[in-house]
Write a protein that binds this ligand. Sequence first.
Ligand code: FE2
Ligand code: FE2
Length: 221
Amino acid sequence: MNDLLTFEEIKNNAEIQTYLEFTDKAFALIGYKEHGIGHALYASEIAERILKYLGYSKREQELAKIAAYIHDVGNMISKYEHDQSSAIMFLNVLSADRYNEEVFAVANAVGSHEDKTTDPVSSIAAVLVLGDKTDVRRERLRAEDLYYIDKHSRVIAACQKLDVIVNKEKMIIELRIKIDTTICSVMDYFEIFMSRTNYCRRASSVLNCKFELYINEDKFL
Ligand SMILES: [Fe+2]
Ligand SMILES: [Fe+2]
């Protein structure tokens, strides 16, 4: 086998697929939003896109894509400290003779993705955070009748459209969201997502970018 770790290898890995599928089924039972392959693909696509537009190398894009894809597999064991279990499960999927700086960089980014108290540790970690924390797609909700169970679900239900745009000239990463204000107010959005918005801002600064948030075309950050 080619020793170079690739996104295709990780995406097609049977263990990783099983972890994501099991997690998603377990979360579905408690009405918790989608955390399976859909979220993994979204996060990896955004992580890759940001590094690509900022001019990072193909290899850095690939590693970020891998990290973002596997970042939540640890939820298979528990939501608590799943960032760390995700990193360990990723290492366990690979045989030790494949460990190298790249593998550790992925594990390191994954292992700290929920630590909102410190800046992301690397560019890989930063785009993983941006891919993860911008995923407020309403299709992650389980069912229409769950939209109104709690405020978090209601805010996600209100997010009609979302876009992450990278402006390389100005070094700005924009999150543009269209909210249905008949479902929730802009204030509700901030109440629920304040800490993740701040985390996106810090992640962007690791990439020497500003983070801007637009809600219904109005600039809030
Ligand atoms: Fe997570
Ligand atoms: Fe996540």
